[in-house]
Design a protein. Structure first.
Length: 370
């Protein structure tokens, strides 16, 4: 099968995968048109990384079928690897080497001549604003710089399809925005991108379409606007210091939004979707709460979050799987098969990927599977 034609760049039908008694994927379907960006949204343990590892030939599925550039990921794994790039959760760089040496070695593993490898490394260092740091060991780079170098490494072979597995996790706001700019430029150049993320704003900014995964299932899909319309648009949020007045506060704002208010009794936090009414709903809420004599703190409008998506679609918050609030995207993932416990071991992902490259495998691709 060739890469030409109108078929989607990535097609997934009924994909399943289990780790012992844990069902990481329960029959997901995906389709990514060529030259587009698909955002795969979900909390830790949802199955996002498991799906990426199957699509990049790192892991064999238990059932279903998946093709990338028209090639079956099981039967034509080598052809898939020749046409893709992967930037995983752990940077796949050798920290003792300089930025330039990292890229040149990967170029050689792609069977480029030394001259071609040096030329390609120079292009990518300039593209990712790493030229000044090119001769420094990668271990002296900031987290954002290491992320950029890792993404540059995934592009040495000029892949037509790029997999980005939570590329901004752990980055500071400035580095995160810089990574967004890079992803936008890649998409504008025609690269097909599958981007996994825990952040709705990231998917909103970068993706042409969004798929939401929970417990190994696709629970929603569509454009950002379609998804936000299901959530209820903007969200009104405030805290009630006196927990005894929580019920009164809910009753006061019940008519303000287009959805039933959600109250967290332990935190005293109330959220309610207000659609596109924005400041009008905010003013109504202030009047209603004042009329009810309820004291509040932090009353404000905000953009929908991942928790708002899950509250709207499943009735539970994203962290209820056992991940404490405020710790998403850090350390070992809850649920194992969806994250680092399934193969991206903390602090060692880069070493494992580079070892795979040295063994003659395609850069960015580790043949293992756990």
């Amino acid at each position: 099968m060739s890469e030409a034609g109108p078929d989607p760049a990535i097609a997934v039908e009924g994909l399943t995968k289990s780790f012992g008694q844990v069902r990481a994927l329960r029959g997901i379907d995906l389709s990514v048109p060529r030259g587009s960006v698909l955002g795969v949204l979900g909390p830790n343990g949802a199955g996002k990384t498991t799906a990426v590892r199957i699509l990049t030939t790192l892991l064999a599925p238990d059932g279903g079928r998946a093709t990338v550039n028209g090639y079956d990921v099981v039967r034509h794994a080598a052809a898939v690897r020749r046409s893709i790039g992967l930037s995983g959760q752990a940077p796949a760089i050798q920290e003792e080497l300089t930025g330039r040496e990292n890229l040149e070695i990967i170029g050689r593993l792609y069977h480029l001549s030394w001259a071609e490898a040096r030329s390609r490394a120079g292009e990518l260092l300039e593209q990712f604003d790493l030229t000044e740091a090119a001769r420094r060991p990668a271990k002296t780079y900031s987290g954002g710089m290491q992320r950029r170098l890792d993404l540059a490494a995934s592009l040495v072979g000029r892949p037509s399809v790029l997999f980005l597995d939570e590329p901004t996790t752990g980055l500071d706001p400035r580095s995160r925005l810089g990574m967004w700019d890079i992803i936008r430029s890649l998409a504008a150049s025609g690269t097909t991108i599958l981007l996994t993320t825990q952040y709705l704003d990231e998917a909103d900014e970068l993706a042409d379409a969004i798929v939401v995964i929970d417990h190994g299932r696709v629970i929603a899909e569509g454009t950002a606007e379609q998804l936000k319309s299901r959530i209820g648009g903007d969200v009104l949020e405030f805290t009630v210091p006196d927990r005894a007045r929580l019920g009164d506060a809910v009753a006061a704002v019940k008519r303000v939004g287009g959805a039933e208010p959600h109250a967290d009794a332990e935190a005293g936090l109330i959220t309610v979707g207000v659609g596109s009414r924005g400041s009008e709903a905010l003013i109504e809420a202030v009047r209603a709460l004042d009329g009810a004599g309820v004291t509040t703190r932090g009353l404000a409008l905000r953009r929908p979050s991942l928790d708002d998506v899950f509250l709207a679609l499943t009735g539970h918050a994203a962290e209820e799987d056992g991940q404490p609030p405020g710790r998403r995207g850090r350390g070992r993932r809850a649920g194992g098969p969806g994250g680092r416990a399934a193969g991206w071991q903390d602090g060692r992902g880069g070493e494992r990927q580079l070892a795979g490259r040295a063994a003659g495998r395609r850069p960015g691709i580790d043949q293992g599977g756990e």
